[in-house]
Ligand binder design. Structure first.
Ligand code: KG4
Ligand code: ZN
Length: 338
């Protein structure tokens, strides 16, 4: 069964053709990162206009790369929410138009369910090996959630951020340190091979599985001011100071996320740990999570950030459970998981 997966919830316009929920036949992503970089973050109005420009070429590209036409597609799956309203609408309305014109089933997918199902695209079915329950860690620009997944479509959120998402903290740290946007990849590159000469605070929040990153963000700002690299690097300021802060910041985020993800695995007797979301592309986080005492499933970095394949995979598993939406499907910016 071929599913066309469409994703447009934030700043990537993406489409993919996925076979039987596990095989990627094509995956095309048009990123707006360069456009938003000059503003230091995603500008919603600009994002929705870019989606409008990109959606048709991206869809055509995905079909061409899979060497199929719409005639071969069995199901259309699209991110319904959460995300930016104007951005979501472009994907949802395009998906509705295709489904209507071709008389195809339409499946709305929760963005975080999409990130979860990226784990199904690695060639092994996590529902079989290692099996449910799984702990799913979704760390992205908008979420830091720990989820107990007891079956397909069966989710319980057992930890969430109380303030900023991990990706948001990476992006803020990148801005403070003058490294540019998005902060995640550039902070990781800057911190590579550095053992920081100081520690930044971790918010453990007792034995709660919740997260908090706003204090760490402030600590980065204060350290940057103290070392003279913010607001503008002082003449002669050493680039190693920036790298030192970047490394101390990354260590703190990775330490808290990995420790809590592993604690969740133990607390809920999970058979495996699944990572998803843009921050899961982070090398040190991937390494730290591999210390869990169960199999750890981490998608390739390009499937951790927003893409259409994950929506195609999640859409497939929704469809075979009998979930379809029809023309009443609406973009839902604050859609709940479940
Ligand atoms: O999942 P995603 O592509 O979009 C959302 O749904 O938010 O995640 C984007 C976030 C950004 O905050 C970006 O800085 C972060 O993922 N990110 C990373 C890395 N690559 C992307 N964070 C840390 N290390 C990375 N290598
Ligand atoms: Zn995402």
């Amino acid at each position: 069964m071929l599913v066309l997966g469409i994703e447009s919830s934030c700043d990537e316009t993406a489409a993919a053709v996925v076979e039987d929920g596990i095989r990627v036949l094509s995956d095309v992503v048009s990123s707006q990162v360069a456009i938003h970089a000059r503003y230091g973050g995603v500008v919603p109005e600009v994002a929705s206009r870019q989606h409008l420009l990109q959606i048709v070429p991206v869809l055509e590209g995905a079909l061409a790369k899979a060497e199929v036409t719409l005639d071969a597609i069995d199901v259309v799956a699209v991110t319904q929410g959460p995300g930016l309203m104007g951005s979501l609408m472009v994907g949802v309305n395009t998906a509705k138009a295709i489904a209507y014109a071709r008389d195809l089933p339409l499946v709305g997918v929760h963005h975080l369910e999409g990130h979860t199902y990226a784990a199904w695209l690695g060639g092994t079915d996590p529902a079989v090996d290692p099996g449910f329950p799984l702990i799913v860690l979704i760390a992205s620009g908008a979420h830091t959630d720990l989820i107990v997944m007891r079956g397909h479509g069966d989710y319980e959120v057992v930890g969430r951020t109380r303030d900023d998402a991990a990706g948001e903290a990476f992006d803020k740290a990148g801005r403070i340190l003058g490294l540019g946007y998005p902060g995640g990849p550039v902070v990781q590159r800057t911190a590579e091979g550095i053992t920081p000469s100081f520690k930044l605070p971790r918010a453990w929040l007792g034995d709660s599985l919740d997260f908090s990153f706003s204090g760490l963000k402030t600590a980065v700002l204060h350290k940057a001011q103290e070392l003279g690299v913010y607001p503008a690097p002082e003449a002669g300021a050493d680039a190693t100071l920036v790298a030192d802060i970047a490394a101390a910041f990354q260590d703190a985020v990775v330490d808290v996320i990995a420790t809590k993800a592993i604690a969740a695995v133990k607390r809920y007797g999970a058979k495996g740990l699944v990572l998803g979301g843009g921050v899961s592309a982070n090398g040190p986080l991937r390494e730290a999570c591999r210390q869990a005492p169960v199999p750890v499933i981490i998608p390739a970095p390009k499937l951790c950030t927003d893409n259409g394949s994950m929506i195609g995979a999640a859409g497939y598993y929704r469809f075979i459970r009998g979930v379809t939406h029809g023309m009443a499907l609406d973009a839902t910016p604050s859609l709940a998981l479940g």
